[in-house]
Ligand binder design. Structure first.
Ligand code: SF4
Length: 389
C-alpha cells in the first residue's frame, strides 16, 4: 500500500532537503552552551553519530552568535541557529554560514529589522523556520482565544508567514508545537491543509524519556501516518542522543525511515523459554553500534509456540526453545544456535545479509505472518521441533 505524503515545497538546509518529497529528516538540539565551542561541537558530533540529519543550537547571548562561525565550520551536519527576538544575532548567524535560522519574524521588533533579516537570508539562500510554540504565543492571541488553541497557533504562524511573503521570502519551514498532543495534531493539520510549506513536527515539553517518547510517538506518528510532516524533532528531558534514536524509531515504525535494521520482539508471556529481554537489548545495542544501512526486519521471539510465525515472516528471525533457538532466514530455518550464541549469530546473519539474494526456495505459507506474537497461542504455522517448555 502506498504511503500518503502531503505535497510541500522543497527547502534546502545545507545539504539536507526538507519537503518536496525528500526523506523525512531527524533533528535534535544541543543542550550545551553554544559559545563553549569545543563542548558544543563534541555534542553535535555525538548527535550526528546517532543519526541526526540537522542539529539546532541556541543563540541567547552575543558570545553564542560570535561562536556560530566555528560551530558551522566544525560540524559535518547542517546547523540551525535558534534565535528569539534579536535581529542582530540573526544577521550574525546568516553571516556565519548557518544552514537555517529559527526565528519568528513578527517578534523581531521593527519592520525594517524584519526586512533586513529576510533580505540577508534570501541573498544567502538560507531558509527560516517559523517556530510557533504553545508556551510563547503572542499576548493578543492568548486574549482572543483564552488558551493556546490550534486556531491560535495557526493564526500566529500565518502572521509570520505574511511578513515573510510581504518581503518576497518564501523559503519557509513551519512548526506549531504544543505540549498537548491532541492540540498539536490539530494545529499541524490546519497548517498542512492551508499551506504548502514544509512542516517541522514536534510535541513541545513532552517530558522524560518514557513519557516524552509516548507523547511524541503519538503526536508525530499520527501526522506522519497521514503523510503530514517533512522533518521531526523529538523533545525529551534527557540526553538529546535519545531524541535522535526515538525519532528514527518513529520513522521506522511507519516504514518511512532511512534504510536500517528494524527489530521486532515479542513482549514475552508465560510461554517464554529464555532470557529474551537481554537478547533483545544486546541485539539492539549491536545493531545501533554498527549502524547497518541494510533494510531488513529482524524478529526476536520468545517461544516455539507463536515465535516461529513472526520469526519466519521477518527477513531474519529467532525463535527461542529451551536453551537454544532456531534461526530463520527468509522464512526458512537455517540453523540452531545455543541461547548464549544468539546475539552473535543474529549480528553475523545481518552482516552477511544480501538484499539482492533471490528468495527462490522460501516456503513461507499463507498465515505465517499473521502470528500475533503477543501471547496468543495457536497460530497456523509450521512449528519447529524445539522443546517448548
Ligand atoms: S507466545 Fe508470543 S509472546 Fe509468548 S513467548 Fe511466545 S512468542 Fe513471545
Amino acid at each position: 500500500m502506498e504511503r500518503p505524503r502531503r505535497e510541500s515545497r522543497p527547502v534546502q538546509v545545507g545539504d539536507v532537503q526538507i519537503g518536496g518529497n525528500a526523506p523525512i529528516s531527524v533533528q535534535s538540539m544541543t543542550v550545551s552552551k553554544t559559545h563553549e565551542v569545543e563542548t558544543c561541537l563534541e555534542e553535535i558530533h555525538r548527535l550526528a553519530d546517532a543519526g541526526a540529519d540537522v542539529v539546532r543550537v541556541a543563540v541567547p547571548r552575543p558570545e553564542d552568535a560570535d561562536a556560530l562561525k566555528d560551530i558551522v565550520q566544525g560540524s559535518r551536519v547542517p546547523i540551525v541557529a535558534d534565535i528569539h527576538f534579536n535581529h542582530q544575532y540573526a544577521l550574525k548567524a546568516i553571516e556565519a554560514g548557518i544552514a537555517k535560522v529559527r526565528i519568528n519574524p513578527g517578534n523581531i521588533g521593527k519592520p525594517e529589522w524584519e526586512r533586513e533579516v529576510l533580505l540577508a537570508a534570501k541573498e544567502k539562500g538560507i531558509p527560516i523556520r517559523i517556530g510557533v510554540n504553545s508556551g510563547s504565543l503572542e499576548k493578543d492571541l492568548m486574549d482572543k482565544y483564552g488558551y493556546p488553541k490550534p486556531e491560535a497557533l495557526f493564526e500566529s504562524a500565518m502572521r509570520h508567514v505574511e511578513i515573510c511573503q510581504k518581503n518576497g521570502f518564501e523559503d519557509i519551514v513551519i512548526s506549531v508545537k504544543h505540549s498537548d498532543v491532541f492540540y498539536m495534531i490539530q494545529a499541524y493539520r490546519m497548517v498542512a491543509e492551508r499551506t504548502d510549506y514544509p512542516l517541522h513536527l514536534g510535541v513541545t515539553e513532552s517530558g522524560s524519556l518514557a513519557t516524552g517518547t509516548v507523547k511524541s510517538s503519538v503526536g508525530i506518528g499520527t501526522l506522519l501516518a497521514d503523510g503530514i510532516g517533512d522533518t521531526i524533532r523529538v523533545s525529551l528531558a534527557t540526553d538529546p542522543v535519545e531524541e535522535v534514536k526515538v525519532g528514527h524509531r518513529i520513522l521506522k515504525s511507519l516504514g518511512i525511515g532511512r534504510p536500517g535494521v528494524n527489530i521486532i520482539a515479542c513482549p514475552t508471556c508465560g510461554r517464554l523459554v529464555g532470557d529474551l529481554f537481554t537478547i533483545v537489548e544486546e541485539v539492539e545495542e549491536a545493531v545501533a553500534a554498527q549502524n547497518f544501512d541494510k533494510d531488513l526486519n529482524v524478529a526476536l521471539m520468545g517461544c516455539a509456540v507463536n515465535g516461529p510465525g513472526e520469526a519466519s515472516g521477518a527477513d531474519l528471525g529467532v525463535s527461542l526453545g529451551r536453551g537454544r533457538a532456531h534461526l530463520f532466514k527468509r522464512g526458512e530455518i537455517v540453523g540452531t544456535v545455543d541461547e548464549d550464541e544468539i546475539v552473535e549469530a543474529v549480528i553475523k546473519a545481518i552482516e552477511e545479509w544480501d538484499e539482492d539474494e533471490e528468495n527462490d526456495d522460501a516456503t513461507v505459507t499463507d498465515g505465517v505472518t499473521e502470528s500475533s506474537g503477543d501471547g496468543e497461542a495457536g497460530s497456523n504455522v509450521r512449528k519447529p521441533n524445539l522443546p517448548t517448555s
